[in-house]
Design a protein. Structure first.
Length: 182
């Protein structure tokens, strides 16, 4: 797994229309349900994984643009260095967008919450997290945050075709960590 960066977000409770017993809230990488702290891409301060290299960058953006971070939860992400192509039924290597410098500062302390699978049909930012966005978690074991408990399970579920025909891929696996602002 490669350090991919940070994101601050407002965590949403599980939407009532998602029939996902045992899921309380959504910690997915995409912003389909739990919103990012801002429409951050327009600031052009993200790294090649379309996340942020440090919490300080997020705090500076919030200060500069009068963005309220009260209640925002900070996450740190790592990404598997291969993406899954359902068409080819194969893993292929990918790299961060080279036009954006990427120099992630690892957190001093973080807590692994689980693993998310996100789609990247445009090759840059996460578009969809089918576990929550498409309700695929109804057919796979997930934790209270709608995340898969282990990397091995996430990889196996992709290879078994459990994400097929959900959203256009390729699919990438992310470790989702909660962390502190300091």
């Amino acid at each position: 797994m490669i350090d991919a960066g940070y994101m601050a977000r407002a965590i949403s409770a599980k939407p009532e229309d998602l029939d996902l017993p045992g899921v309380d809230d959504i910690y997915s990488l995409s912003s389909c349900i739990s919103d990012y702290f801002a429409d951050y891409i327009n600031f052009w301060a993200h790294n090649g994984y379309w996340l942020f290299d440090s919490p300080k960058i997020i705090l500076d953006l919030a200060s500069t643009h009068a963005i309220n971070l009260n209640g925002a939860k900070l996450f740190f992400y790592q990404v598997y260095e291969f993406e899954w192509s359902e068409q080819d039924r194969a893993w292929r290597e990918f790299t961060p967008e080279s036009s954006f410098p990427t120099s992630v500062v690892a957190p001093h302390k973080c807590h692994l919450e689980g693993f998310d699978v996100a789609t990247f049909s445009n090759g840059n930012s996460a578009e969809c997290s089918p576990l929550s966005c498409n309700g695929l978690a109804a057919d796979m074991p997930v934790n209270t945050h709608c995340l898969i408990s282990s990397f091995d399970n996430a990889k196996r579920f992709l290879e078994e075709g459990k994400f097929n025909n959900s959203e256009p891929g390729p699919f990438r696996i992310f470790a989702v960590y909660s962390t502190e602002w300091s």
